[in-house]
Design a protein around this ligand. Structure first.
Ligand SMILES: [Zn+2]
Length: 160
């Protein structure tokens, strides 16, 4: 069934990807179209690979589906749907309207809670500093290097 994937037209691949991501978020085509500010018929044609969206529309679609635009072109199954119980996490983040930074903080808590090492490779997935307004990568304890050292100095002062 996955054979022929690479032979599909790029628009068909994009359309299928959009549909799977949309379904992963439990969005109807109507809800998706409203989020994107496009017509339902355009959304439908897009998912069938019969319309070529503009770059601006792609950006909007990425935001609506809560993924980077690059994810729209990634091959293979959507990770969201590979484990059905994980969809609850996505649903939670969607309903809570979590920002990228709030999501990163939440993931950092998850790392600490389950003792999972944050992913080092794949810049997009790397954890970000938990300090509001700071977007540097995490060094330790959910903080970037400057904030980690500031926090450490503060703790040493408290102890001493
Ligand atoms: Zn920081």
């Amino acid at each position: 069934m996955s054979e022929g994937w690479r032979d599909e037209s790029p628009l068909l691949t994009l359309g299928g990807r959009v549909r799977r991501l949309r379904e992963g978020l439990r969005l109807t085509q109507e809800e998706f179209a409203r989020r994107c500010g496009i017509s339902v018929s355009f959304a439908s044609l897009l998912e069938r690979g019969e319309r070529s969206p503009s770059y601006d529309t792609l950006l909007t679609i990425g935001r609506a589906l809560e993924v980077p635009v690059s994810e729209l072109f990634r091959e293979g199954p959507a990770p969201e749907t590979s484990e059905p119980s994980h969809a609850r996490l996505i649903e939670f983040a969607r309903r809570a309207h979590l920002s990228r930074q709030q999501l990163d903080r939440w993931i950092a808590v998850g790392h600490a809670m389950f003792g999972i090492e944050p992913a080092r490779e794949g810049g997009d997935l790397a954890a970000r500093c938990a300090v509001e307004g700071c977007d540097r990568p995490v060094l330790a304890r959910g903080l970037c290097a400057p904030h980690y050292h500031r926090d450490r100095r503060a703790r040493l002062q408290q102890d001493g």
